[in-house]
Design a protein. Sequence first.
Length: 146
Amino acid sequence: MGSLNEDILQAWLGVSMAINNDRISLDLPYNESLICHLLYHQHLQHDKNYLTATDLCHMTKMQKSQMNRTLTDMEKKGLIVRERSSLDKRQIHVTLKLEQLDAYEKQHEKVLGIIDELVTIIGKEKAEEALAIFHLIADAARKVIK
């Protein structure tokens, strides 16, 4: 019988392997999907429709070099636009190209559909419990992993 830590690790890996499959494999690599998600929500919820690479590094915990490579790849694919700030020439604004909003929204709906199926299987009450636990684990992880 394993320790609690081993059991938690096994469960974590089980969840990771279950969701990291061809059904959920998205049209974009994970980091690009994450950046699109952040830019999309920035576009919907805030006065400014851009983030800087520094903002994105902070939010994703990606290294600056990895972020720059990812943003360059995204720019080549026509997903984003990078423009120098007119107020502060040191800042580069990263925005999701408006033509890409439909593609992102379709991908987002696909993921939400999968989550709907999960909620149907486990039930709303267990899904709400899982949500609370996910928030608890994310908060604890931010404290432990600095």
